[in-house]
Design a protein around this ligand. Sequence first.
Ligand SMILES: [Zn+2]
Length: 509
Amino acid sequence: MNFEIYPSLMCHRILFVLFLFSTGISYAQENATMKKYAGMIKAEELKDNLSIIASDAMEGRATGSRGQKMAAAFIANHFHEIGLEAPVNGSYYQPFNLYSTSPGSAYIKVGKDRYENFINILYTGDDEMEKEATSEIIFGGLGRDEDLNQIDVSGKTVLFLMDKLSFFTMTQIKFKSEKAREKGAKYVFAVPSFSSEDFNQFAASFKSLFSKTSLSLEKPMATHAYGEVFYLKKEVAEQIFNTSFKSLQNVPQNQLRKIKPGVVSFQATRNFITVRSENVLGYLPGTDKKDELVIVTAHFDHIGKNASAEGDVIYNGADDDGSGTVAVLQLAKIFAQAKKDSFGPRRSMLFMTFAGEENGLYGSQYYVSNPAFPLSNTVVDLNIDMIGRTDSNYKDKGRYVYVIGSDRLSTDLHQLNERLNQTYTHLNFDYIYNDLNHKERLYYRSDHWNFAKQNIPVIFYFDGLHEDYHKVSDEVSKIDFDLLALRSQCIFYTAWEVANRNERVIVDK
Ligand SMILES: [Zn+2]
């Protein structure tokens, strides 16, 4: 309904007045109040905040980095300044840890010589050896069943010959080493028929593979993905058995024991990395429906810096998800202002910005496992991730937003979101990414997914995978602040309605 009444249409005005008396003035007043506060969402303020959140000083806000922590402090202080309560034991921060491992040192010693990992030797395991082991090492031929049957590997280290080193041959050695361990072997060494240069090249490529660590919420366990195997260069094997590689290759079948055992010492360790991070939460208590909670979320982390790049090295993440973060800050401010003016929400509201999103939605995953308020009382999560840009599908095609997930759990939520937009903000709602079978799988790709998994209705607002997505060029200068303000208003109306109407959003799917 439009509130503008033309003077010439007096009968309409009379009808309208009658309408107000018959259906309740409070509803109209409520709409006027809602519109008034929606109007307080200002492009300039969004720009002011985003110019800080996505500035170079924040260094791309990589989870656990000092830049991310600066952004967290800014958000927490914003929540404090506008009068939100700190809901996590009196703090705005909800801390959590992420973990990863990387190879530590691994070496073997033969006589007086010591060989380090990735040069001359390659250790592919992820066992943590507390101290150096010294062991007899026996020759195990090619490590086949017929080879293992003629030697006693129990309590010893066994060495196998192999073809060239590759991921395929490593898998074969992994199975052989598991068999040897079943027979009591302590460790397995393997020697490929590689030249020294080829070996070191392969070992170096493995190092870079191992150095790409990914973070996880759980402490990583040993996976034994590549087998607990020390690979050695031919020359090292020759030293161990004091004979040539050729003669090892030429040992007749059934005569493996002709090779005199050697002695080796070795150790392998891993580096465990703990990344400390935090979600930032601001709480606005409701009035008569205080126990129910409406959540508005965005992630404030991004992907940091590109250390190997030249020129611009900072992933500012102005759109991803600086835009959502400043929208949350702005909505929080306006709902807090409304409360000061005695128009506080009936349901409680939680304004929450997550870290760890870019690493795997970890901040939101942590929150739903450790919720500040019962999930059973959580009515809805409105999640905002990238709403400040226009993608290539919509160049010069008007104002739109991709709406994802609104109808998955609640027809009610979907319909009210539609209705409010048609009444107030008139964005083109595009549901293309709402298709679960869409190849981009966006329904699973932002923090709302962790709430949806808990059967909490969600809406994910999104502007598309534009050309600067996850590039250093995702800059503040490319944000359309009027569009960001309009989309924020659209989300505001839905938030206001779900926080204030009589019925809790109905879950019907
Ligand atoms: Zn992202």
